[in-house]
Design a protein around this ligand. Structure first.
Ligand code: SAH
Ligand code: SF4
Ligand code: F3S
Length: 475
């Protein structure tokens, strides 16, 4: 579906004629949320706005919210308290969007206690943003633009990316899994996959602009097209990539098609679900030239009992067997994961099972979370909630194990040559360049700026907890 974004951005340009307008966006969520912010920025650019890092000088402030864990709420309401003065002093437009806006108790609270907010928009109505802004500006109206039903897939929304080397592409939206702890299926709706040709066109366009790495995004990225298939839709797409005709009917075939694009050196994807990690996907990664051999495989828990309560649809053994199978087919593979500690009913033994999987798989990176109750989810109603102090203790034990493993892994890099995509200058030191290995380790080194955007071989000379140090000896 195409949008009429142009019509509304032109109207805003007309309204603001002769005045320089600035926007400030705070992105509070995951990479999908980030990509949505890039779309909001893209639409605002077309409407004549420029970005500012200084919130006090913005004409419009946008908070793009997340609600996956509870601290997000405190953060948003804290921020709203801070920006109220800008509204009062100079009439700054305040807009809030994203996942949290799909929660009724939040929008209710906003209506009651934060009346100064101008625009509230949900996850299914992003492309209406220019229209909403136009009416907020012209008629000084309070706008609430939230759909309860699943949105449709919109194409043609402009995207403004600040990074010029790495880019994200959302390939599907929504989630059908209903893990019992998770709010995402309630705020993002059912799975909707984009047409593969639109994805390929976006990737080819990025390659033309000089991008070297793309990350495919979806709440459940490897069930790309699966729901359409289940509903009986025809998902046999003939696509054109790099001038060649290819068939795309699954996540694996999409990976294969994207692998053909010239100029894209690295392809990553997040987040896949272990239950959909089919053999054709493993083979596609193995046979590809550009798909990174780092696989993010969210574990959540290592206990079969907890996994069942979480509705994850795999056991500890299934997970370990999957990791083993991938490793057998792709020996150089590394893994990263997400883990939740303190899910209701998690016993000491269950937690030990999680530690056991961590030891066995030896992840390169672990995103660790303390279980957070979410209103409306099944797990929130479970009676056997774990006390905060136990959750924190387990979290620290897991962290300790992970950090020890990373230290050992980092030592193994020392003395080796690794391929690094050079991303730019280091944030803290302009004389140092920084990049990443295929396994997503940060490598800092000295070198000339013309290496930025290239994949080069670096020799690792020392390791530090969160980065490696390399030298460029042009080997
Ligand atoms: N769709 C992705 C990511 C979802 S959110 C996936 O399935 O992997 C990212 C991570 O947040 C999840 O993997 C999970 O580890 C964590 N998470 C989700 N809900 C949570 C909750 N209620 N409490 C703590 N962590 C949670
Ligand atoms: Fe949440 Fe589970 Fe869906 Fe991931 S797969 S978004 S954790 S419900
Ligand atoms: Fe948060 Fe929504 Fe992403 S709840 S994690 S921003 S999908």
């Amino acid at each position: 579906m195409e949008t009429d974004i142009k019509v509304w951005t032109e109207k805003i340009n007309e309204l603001n004629k002769g005045k320089e307008k600035k926007y400030y966006i705070l992105t509070m969520g995951c990479q999908l949320n980030e990509n949505d912010s890039e779309k909001i920025a893209g639409m605002l650019k077309e409407a004549g706005y420029v970005k500012t890092e200084r919130i006090e000088e913005a004409d419009i402030i946008i908070f793009n919210t997340c609600c996956v864990r509870e601290n997000a709420e405190e953060r948003l309401f804290g921020k709203l308290g801070e920006v109220k003065k800008y509204k009062e002093e100079k009439g700054t437009i305040i807009a809030i969007g994203g996942c949290m806006m799909q929660e009724k108790h939040i929008t209710q609270k906003l209506k009651e206690s934060y009346k100064f907010v101008d625009i509230v928009f949900g996850t299914h109505t992003l492309e209406n943003f220019p229209k909403d802004l136009y009416y907020a500006l012209k008629e000084n109206k309070k706008i609430e633009d939230i759909l309860d039903i699943d949105g449709v897939v919109y194409e043609g929304v402009p995207v403004y990316r600040e990074d010029k080397i790495k880019a994200s592409i959302t390939i599907m939206n929504g989630c059908n899994n209903f893990c019992t702890y998770c709010i995402v299926p309630y705020v993002r709706g059912r799975e909707r996959s984009r047409n593969p040709q639109d994805i390929i066109n976006e990737a080819e366009d990025l390659a033309k602009q000089g991008y070297k790495e793309i990350t495919l995004l979806g709440q459940n990225v490897n069930s790309y097209l699966v729901y359409q298939k289940q509903k009986g839709e025809d998902v046999n797409f003939k696509v054109l990539v790099n001038g060649k005709e290819k068939q795309v009917n699954s996540f694996a075939t999409l990976l294969k098609a994207l692998d053909e694009i010239e100029g894209i050196e690295r392809i990553r994807f997040v987040s896949p679900h272990p239950k959909d990690f089919t053999d054709d996907v493993i083979d596609a990664i193995k046979d590809s030239k550009h798909v990174c051999k780092l696989i993010h495989l969210p574990l959540q828990s290592g206990s079969t009992k907890v996994l069942k309560e979480m509705n994850r649809k795999y056991t500890k053994e299934d997970y370990l067997n999957l990791a083993k199978k991938i490793k057998e087919k792709i020996p150089e593979v590394t893994f990263s994961t997400d883990i939740i500690v303190g899910f209701p009913g998690e016993t000491e033994q269950d937690f030990e099972d999680t530690l056991d999987v961590v030891k066995k798989v030896n992840f390169e990176q672990v995103f660790m979370f303390i279980y957070s109750r979410r209103v409306g989810t099944v797990a929130d109603k479970m009676e056997n909630q774990i006390p905060e102090n136990i959750k924190h203790k387990r979290f620290n034990r897991l962290k300790e194990l992970v950090e020890k493993q990373i230290e050992v892994q980092n030592k193994e890099y020392v003395g080796k040559y690794v391929d690094v995509l050079v991303e730019g200058e280091s944030k803290n030191n302009k004389d140092i360049l920084t990049g990443r290995t295929e396994s997503n380790k940060v490598v800092n080194f000295e070198g000339s700026r013309d290496l930025i955007g290239k994949v080069i071989k670096l020799k690792i000379v020392s390791e530090h907890m969160w980065y490696l140090k390399g030298i460029y000896d042009k080997m």
